[in-house]
Design a protein around this ligand. Sequence first.
Ligand code: GUN
Length: 296
Amino acid sequence: MTATVIDGKAYAARLRAELATHVARLKEETGQTPGLAVVLVGEDPASQVYVRSKERQTVEAGMESFAHRLPADVRQEDLLDLVRQLNGDPKVHGILVQFPLPNGLDQQQVIETIDVAKDVDGFHIENVGRVVAGLPALVPCTPLGCLMLLKDHLGDLTGKEAVVLGRSSIVGKPVSQLLLNQSCTVTTAHSRTANLPEVIGRADIVVAAVGRPEMVKAEWLKPGCTVIDVGINRIPAEDGKTRLVGDVAPEAWEVAGAMTPVPGGVGPMTIACLLANTVTAFCRQNGREAPAELSI
Ligand code: GUN
């Protein structure tokens, strides 16, 4: 048996096409264009690639992209001033400051300075709290993408045993919370969890987000389970180059019922969900109901 492919790349393309339709309608009805500001500090090569993709896809969806690039030695206060300026800019509906920031800058202070209504990353403590309270919120992009893929594949998640491997604030914790909000029975496992194979073995849904290449072994999985592999790990390849692998060993394809590939699974969903959050933020700032299919 080979697991069904949960095709995040195709889902993300459909979502971006739907977004473009919503954006065109919103422009016509409001006379405004949803806008996303992306701030990149320093010259980290991976961050530069991400930021360029975000800018390109924002424009392709018909939205405005405002790029701000600051030197790595920018002062914290100047970065915060830029964020405050974007908070007050009526053309900007979403703000994303690309992380990690260079050493010496305080990431949490930046997050808390972003207007909660424009926090399309969903990292602001008020959005975190709203997710926990089950209130409408801007939900972090990668967790939102994971949940969209799970609901698309499985439908109602009520009563499912879900194990989330990883407890980061960006992925593990919010995914656990969102699954709980969907009435799953949730276990958040991590690098210090005792009897990890046994814990993973009871899961109908496994979300692997530990950042350790191929750590989850096929023999740990319950046959037929659904696996969402959030890992994007670069490892040395035989030809002297590198290749991308997930947090789940490839033999898992012979045990799971369905699984996301790496690349082409969760990765493409993250930017699509960023654009979805920007449209959601735009609608709420304009006193409109956000389209239901852009959230969960
Ligand atoms: N760096 C890696 N992933 C993310 C993300 O989702 N948001 C931000 N702001 N920075 C990141």
